[in-house]
Design a protein. Sequence first.
Length: 230
Amino acid sequence: MATVLLLRHGHSTANAAGVLAGWSEGVGLTDTGREQASRVGERLAPLTVARVVSSPLQRCLETVGLALPDHEVATDDRLGECHYGGWTGRALADAAKDPLWRVVQDDPVSATFPPHDDYASESLGEMAARVIGGVRALDAEVEAEHGTDAVWLAVSHGDPIKSVVAEAVGAGIAGLQRVRVDPGSITAVHLTAHRMVLLASNTVLGDLGPLVARPRHAPTGDSEVGGGAG
């Protein structure tokens, strides 16, 4: 199947303030974030990107607008940030004192964010299912339209991208906090008929060409035993 590049938005005003932005409005990029987006554009320039799909949140749209200013961008809520409910807008230093913090860190399978009158809440498991299902569905659409060699870009957020990486390495949501995804980073994942395959994670520099070269698979579509002949 196709290859997806997962781009985390650049450094945001919420990152700078140390708060959990969630689905808050008005969270844009800092100067650092804009510089990161420009570097992303340089890395993507040599590639043919078949489709660009972004979280609808401002910080993602600003990032992709700077990185690929001439590319059509679709939005998809499935790529949106985790719905943190009552933790939305909360200072991370304060959240770290909440008993839920240790659940999020040590047992993310059991972590559900508290309800809020203005912001939706979900569990980390629900977030992961939403994002992973969205990436799979979008990837299938890209392959159907552009073929198995296609490369497309998904612009999202830290926890959603972490959930895809955790799925790709077989850890599932239980392994969420074993993954790091920095602002402005690109992660490459190839989807086969049976699983996701992690090609690279949390890259901020370097040529993307070798990462998206068509992976070699056995006739079944599985990875080759022994790592292949290449």
